[in-house]
Design a protein around this ligand. Structure first.
Ligand SMILES: [Mg+2]
Length: 300
């Protein structure tokens, strides 16, 4: 089967703060029209996939929840596989609580199997103290993602990585992190849209998560400069993306940069990455069945 698809970061790729990035809606519309599989990948565990899809729809991007995959979902599925029917003490919000419930987890205040730390504004000194005591007594420490901060309209606020660092420092125990760039989330997302590693293209604005995760999994990587990374920052990294674009608009507006992907991507199964050709080559019978092809697994 000839197939290609995109894993797409959201903040800094689709929007910045509350504002849509120019051309992001056109890019998604092009994927939808050509029935090219894609999945939004976010390291924000605060919201459910439905909340995230609603935010995108309000910005004019006509997607639904099946197009969204959060680190909260990846974390909950991971825990459900590791210890089915387990218990968790959670520092986080609705997206994380919901995903854990849907995967058979009970949220508890005492003697949990796991302390799971995510994103949000529910953090208190009491919850931190409790988490530290639980981890010291043997609960496993899980981080939904490693991001040290989250962008807000006023600047940044402490993210999951910063909160977890406090618990790690207090207990001397390192957390296991599930979100991008962890292979746990990167691989789960790829499987969600039924693609092979060599068929998967990761688009993101952050080197430490989106690009590193893609490089480690053998995906093709596209760095967009519409978010937090500048071209001159790349000198600091030992790894680099396959392609660098100003924004996703470059993928669809003439002169389209899509053709540039092919020469730099010399893999065995490589085929020129022109979206129109690609869509046309997908057998008619397989169009529109992207999500039906997903493997059976946890529902959320
Ligand atoms: Mg981003």
């Amino acid at each position: 089967m000839f197939e290609r698809g995109f894993l797409i970061d959201m903040d800094g790729v689709m929007y910045r703060g509350g504002e849509l990035i120019d051309g992001a809606d056109e890019f998604i519309n092009a994927l939808l029209a050509r029935r090219i599989p894609f999945l939004f990948l976010t390291n924000n565990s605060q919201r459910t996939r439905r909340d995230v899809a609603t935010k995108l729809v309000r910005m004019g991007i006509k997607v639904d929840e099946k197009h969204v995959f959060t680190c909260a979902m990846a974390t909950a599925r991971f825990l459900a596989r590791q210890k089915p029917g387990g218990t968790a003490y959670v520092i986080g919000e609705g997206g994380l609580l919901n995903a854990l419930h849907k995967n058979g987890y009970a949220i508890v205040d005492k003697s949990p199997d796991y302390v799971v730390v995510g994103e949000g504004r529910t953090l208190s000194s009491e919850s931190l103290e409790r988490a530290v005591q639980m981890v010291a007594k043997g609960a496993k420490l899980i981080a939904t993602n490693p991001d040290p901060n989250c962008p807000t309209d006023e600047g940044i606020r402490p993210g999951c990585g910063a909160i977890v660092a406090l618990i790690e420092a207090a207990t001397g125990i390192k957390a296991f992190s599930v979100g991008k760039p962890s292979p746990v989330m990167m691989r789960e997302a790829r499987k969600e849209i039924g693609l092979m590693a060599s068929e998967t293209i990761m688009i993101g604005d952050t080197m430490e998560t989106d690009i590193l995760g893609g490089v480690q999994l053998g995906y093709r990587t596209v760095l967009v400069l519409s978010g937090g990374t500048r071209r001159e920052d790349l000198a600091r990294y030992a790894y680099r993306p396959d392609v660098i674009l100003e924004s996703v608009a470059d993928l669809i507006r003439p002169p389209s940069r899509l053709e540039e992907f092919a020469p730099s991507l010399n893999r065995e199964d490589d085929t020129p990455l022109d979206i129109a050709t690609w869509a046309a080559m997908r057998p008619e019978s397989q169009r529109g069945t992207i999500h039906a092809e997903r493997r059976a697994g946890p529902v959320f």
